[in-house]
Ligand binder design. Structure first.
Ligand code: HEM
Length: 238
């Protein structure tokens, strides 16, 4: 790890800890906000709380850490790729489980997908899944497939970072949707502590995403500067 990237990784981790703490405090201290409004609802407290926890900590924070594996993990490229693939696999599992917690409507799966949040969520998890399967296949295949995957590396980086950004944007719409529900139907004050906490969580996520993407794109052995960034993954390495 170069000394110039060290502060960036530290800032990324500190913001991840900040975001994880806020979502945990929200789930613990304000758990009444997650109790279903009508007793006939199929949602339960545990499923309602698990959705933001799994999506923010398991899906977004873990996949951000996996994006930065090549920045902090010592060892061979194979070790880094295995850890990267493994962590992204766990993040994908958390994402699928987190979305599953919302599938409790009597009207079936399609009827649940009415909001921008749910549509963006579906696109994010699908792109993430496709990326992971492609990465998995290129990891196990040798020869021609390896060469093809090297040529596709810039696309892997672009689609990976795009999916990460889209997932963060999806979480922001989820937070906004939940906060609007709470302020409209549960009389949660607009300037109350819960609203401030959820707004802070949204800001923290936006900051974390910026740091993770910046750290992933910034050249490994250069000081941080405002000069145009050189791509970190270039084919001439191979
Ligand atoms: C990457 C992060 C996230 C993804 C990919 C995601 C994905 C989804 C999906 C696909 C649904 C629709 C499931 C269904 O209704 O059957 C959903 C529902 C919901 N999510 Fe999220 N979510 C994320 C984060 C969050 C966060 C942080 C919150 C904040 C509490 C949240 C709140 C909700 C709520 C209230 C619903 C039910 C209403 C609706 O369908 O829009 N989500 N989410």
């Amino acid at each position: 790890m170069s000394s110039s990237t060290f502060p960036l990784l530290t800032i990324a981790r500190l913001s991840a800890i900040f975001v994880a703490s806020l979502v945990l405090i929200w789930a613990r201290v304000f758990k009444t906000s997650f109790i279903p409004r009508s007793p006939s609802s199929n949602d339960t407290l545990i499923f309602a709380v698990l959705h933001p926890l799994l999506m923010v900590i398991g899906f977004i924070i873990l996949s951000g850490e996996a994006i930065l594996v090549h920045r902090w993990l010592p060892g061979s490229r194979n070790v880094k790729k295995t850890v990267h693939l493994g962590m992204q696999g766990v993040a994908l599992g958390c994402g699928i489980l987190g979305i599953w917690t919302k599938f409790h409507g009597e009207d079936g799966v399609v009827a649940n997908f009415y909001s921008l949040h749910s549509w963006m969520g579906l696109v994010s998890i699908s792109l993430f899944g496709i990326e992971w399967v492609m990465g998995f296949m290129s990891f196990w295949h040798r020869g021609e497939m390896r060469r093809v995957s090297r040529r596709m590396l810039p696309w892997h980086v672009f689609i990976g970072l795009y999916t990460y950004g889209l997932s963060v944007a999806t979480a922001e719409t989820g937070l906004l949707e939940k906060l609007t529900f709470m302020q409209t139907y549960r009389n949660v004050p607009r300037r109350g502590s819960e609203s401030i906490l959820v707004n802070g969580l949204g800001l923290g996520l936006a900051f974390l995403a910026g740091i993770v993407i910046f750290a992933a794109l910034s050249p490994k052995h250069h000081q941080l500067s405002i000069r145009p960034l050189k791509p970190i993954y270039s084919n001439d390495k191979y």
